[in-house]
Structure formats: C-alpha cells, structure tokens
Design a protein around this ligand. Sequence first.
Ligand code: DQA
Length: 148
Amino acid sequence: MAHDILILNGPNLNLLGRREPDVYGRATLADIKARCRPEAARLGLGVECRQSNSEGELVTWVQEVPARFAGLILNAGAYSHTSVALLDALRALNEPLIEVHLSNIYRRETFRQHSYVSMAAKGVICGFGPQGYLMALRALAAMLHHAP
Ligand code: DQA
C-alpha cells in the first residue's frame, strides 16, 4: 500500500509567484504542487497538498495526520516563528515531520531564525526554493521505506 504524505503550506504561501519574488522566486504554489505529484509517484508515495492562512485550520489539519497520512511536510510560513499551538499539535504526532522553507531563514532577519516547528521536526530543509519540497519527499520516502 502506498504511503500518503500531507504537504501543508501556511500563511501567504498562496501568494507565491507574486509575493517578494526576489526572496521566494516566481514559482506558484500550483507549480510546486505540480512538481511534487510526479516525484511522489516516482517514490511510491501519494500526496495531498493544502494551504491555509489560518493557524487554527493548520492545527486541525495536523491533527488529521495520524488517521490518514504516513508523514507530514510543513512550511508554516510566519507561524513557524510564532505558533506554540502548532508546535503542540506537531508534538502529538508519531509520524515523521519535515519542515521546509523556500528561503534560507538563517540568512534573514533574526526573528526568522527561530522556528517552533523545528522543535518537532525530524529535519529541516531551507534555502532551496521549490526543490526543498521534493527533497523532503525523498527524505520521507527513505525513512518510510527503510523503516524496520
Ligand atoms: C518562509 C519563511 C518565513 O519566515 C516566512 O514568514 C514565510 C515563508 C519560507 O518558505 O521561506 O512566509 O516559510
């Protein structure tokens, strides 16, 4: 049975492509989704992508993971740096979490250099643009297929 992975994107990531393109590039969220699907299929994974600007909705979706998904890829946007609620939801998961950021948050403002999400993540990928989501899928595939 194929493992299903949930990819969650947080606030303002619906604006990708026209939001600060010098920082986040020209690819839209739809472009990223279109790149993730074939990569997931190649890796023997199913994938579902969702985006919300609402912290509460993201928390609710994280809580759905155990019932439906084998792993989670999360770009929580600015909530990464602020949301204890999201951290608490993530800490309740046993499924692996990979945190992704398009930009290299460690080259940016100091307030971006701390992430609550990281405290619950297996690993963090940042600075590689849309490629980061594909890298996260590969990391999860390796973890799930090679699990004892
Ligand atoms: C981001 C980095 C965050 O600091 C920022 O608030 C975002 C996008 C990224 O993908 O680089 O919204 O998560």
